[in-house]
Design a protein. Structure first.
Length: 133
């Protein structure tokens, strides 16, 4: 069941945050492959830290928070990126600055600016819309 609220009013930040968690957990069943429990926990942490759709993160600080290695935290972040739930906006420099990621509650719809991977090692690319060709 979805919560109905007045469409003319913006929901409060608390309601928006709660609705985001709800949409994320509703969409988990549709993800293929399903994210690991660590990736789900990482998404929840990024969503908690999110402001205006973006969050700052470093592999070292995420690893410390979840008591794991930086490579595991990076792998969980890659799972979320591959599922379309996180988009890397800018990469930080080791020991100097954090990465900026866009956090989404659901996967972007195909054909609406969704991100796709060309191959396992290729960087993320924006899909062209048929009207712009």
């Amino acid at each position: 069941p979805t919560l109905d609220f007045d469409k003319k009013r913006k929901p409060s930040p608390v309601v928006r945050k709660l609705l985001g968690y709800r949409r994320f957990f509703d969409s988990l069943a549709d993800l293929d492959p399903r994210p690991s429990p660590g990736a789900v926990a990482l998404w929840c942490w990024l969503w908690t830290c999110e402001r205006k759709g973006e969050a700052l993160c470093t592999a070292r600080k995420l690893a410390k928070r979840f008591r794991t290695s930086p490579s595991t935290a990076t792998r969980w972040l890659a799972e979320l990126r591959d599922a379309g739930l996180v988009e890397m906006l800018s990469r930080g420099h080791a020991g100097r600055s954090a990465s900026v990621v866009r956090v989404r509650a659901t996967m972007p719809r195909a054909g609406h600016g969704a991100l796709h991977r060309r191959s396992a090692g290729a960087p993320l690319v924006q899909q062209e819309h048929s009207s712009t060709k």
